[in-house]
Design a protein around this ligand. Structure first.
Ligand SMILES: NC(=O)c1ccc[n+]([C@@H]2O[C@H](COP(=O)([O-])OP(=O)(O)OC[C@H]3O[C@@H](n4cnc5c(N)ncnc54)[C@H](OP(=O)(O)O)[C@@H]3O)[C@@H](O)[C@H]2O)c1
Length: 274
């Protein structure tokens, strides 16, 4: 019987590419996001599209109920929805920072809490949480984004311990640079947050780099993530972490092997000077 896969953040980038890829492979795919119109390719590939804001508890309850009613199970939950709030700590209000956590961490936690009882009943299940290589490293002006991803790493490791005895696996996906709408949203946030900022030089270096990368994208095509997610789903004994895509291994290696000082020189060499 085909696996039932519930995916958040399925309207663009990594999530959309993977949802379409998996639906074409005859998995039963339910893609969720706020922009229903953007998920038409999932329906064309044989999957389903549901409207969901991961900050809305009622929508989450309804979606999980809906899928369980129809399919009687959820084999895989892939918590992928997220965005990057970039800007200096001084320039970002605590309310915006809380919203960043609400989407990236608490959204994922809400989905997980709603799906877990169904997986426990079946004594099986897989939850994939999209972290980032940024869950292990840091970049300038990314305090709030990186802290959500560092939090997802610790949160998922602890959860993995709790649910293992119920036959449930937790895996972390750690993408490097992947071509998607992520950079556009990051740039939009940074430009908004950096007006009248005392961190002008650093903001401008980052804005220039982002614009250059949007015009001539450096990064992997999201298909590399789709294939990696398929590998996790088909694995009998999934690993805790999957590094995937451009620069992920290199960035982790530079910080892990050489330490923070050399890592920061590496960031400066990439043009990120304050
Ligand atoms: N691209 C990269 O280089 C990269 C690297 C490391 C990690 N990641 C992570 O990969 C994940 C996917 O990002 P992406 O690169 O594919 O970016 P993307 O193209 O901007 O896609 C982000 C997805 O998240 C959804 N989303 C955002 N806020 C949401 C909310 N409140 N409720 C429900 N869905 C929401 C968006 O859907 P709607 O706006 O339609 O709701 C969209 O489908 C994110 O968690 C990101 O942190 C990306």
């Amino acid at each position: 019987m085909s696996k039932v896969i519930l995916i958040t953040g399925a309207s663009s980038g990594i999530g959309l590419e993977t949802a379409v890829y998996l639906a074409k492979k005859k998995f039963i795919v339910y893609g969720c996001s706020r922009r229903l119109d953007r998920m038409q390719p999932i329906i064309s590939a044989g999957g389903f599209a549901l409207k969901l804001d991961v900050t809305n508890e009622n929508e989450i309850i309804n979606i999980v109920e809906h899928v369980i009613k129809i399919e009687k199970k959820i084999d895989v939950l892939w918590n992928n929805a997220g965005f990057g709030l970039w800007g200096a700590v001084e320039d970002i209000s605590i309310d915006r920072a809380k919203y960043q956590f609400d989407v990236n961490l608490f959204g994922l936690a809400r989905m997980t809490k709603e799906v877990l009882p169904h997986m426990r009943k079946k004594n099986s299940g897989l939850i994939i949480n999209t972290s980032s290589v940024g869950g292990k490293i840091y970049t300038p002006l990314g305090s709030w984004y990186h802290s959500t991803k560092h939090a997802i790493e610790g949160w998922s490791d602890c959860l993995g311990f709790e649910v293992k005895k119920f036959g449930i696996n937790i895996s972390l996906l750690q993408p490097g640079m992947i071509v998607s709408e992520f950079g556009n949203i990051m740039l939009e946030n940074l430009e908004k947050n950096s007006k009248k900022s005392p961190y002008h030089k650093l903001n401008q270096a980052m804005i220039r780099g982002l614009k250059k990368n949007i015009q001539n994208p450096i990064g992997s095509h999201p298909i590399v993530v789709a294939k990696c997610v398929e590998k996790i789903i088909l694995s009998k004994n999934p690993k805790k972490r999957y590094l995937v895509g451009y620069g992920a291994r290199l960035m982790l290696f530079v910080r892990g092997f050489f330490g923070d000082r050399i890592f920061e020189l590496f960031l400066k060499a990439a043009g990120l000077k304050g």
